[in-house]
Ligand binder design. Sequence first.
Ligand SMILES: [Zn+2]
Length: 135
Amino acid sequence: MKSSKRKRLSMHELSVCQGLMRQVEQVAANNNAKSVKRILLRVGGLSGVEPSLLQSAFEIARAGTIAEHAELEIEDGPIVVKCQECGASSAAKLNRLLCQYCGEWRVNVVEGEELLLLSMDIETAQSAAEESRHV
Ligand SMILES: [Zn+2]
């Protein structure tokens, strides 16, 4: 039996990160970025992604990309459900997916499963002077 690795790494988070890197490179290319400094990502509470595992996976996925020296900041996204009984939308907790208004448990998740690239800080070299931009 092999000894366990020093760092936990999940294949799921790694593949999520690789998808993220494709988005990041696309946005960077659209904005003539020279490098990416910071990435702000919203992770929904129901996305099935573990933020700490995502951080470790990011350190691997960023290697050799335009975001090689970027920091990943993760923001917790809200969980919102829509009630099948009264039709109201309300905020819910991960282990308590109920309508806040009538207590109904038959609800549809309308927000919370997404992974969203919110913004990036990039460096461009359009003129002689380097410029930092928030995109
Ligand atoms: Zn309701």
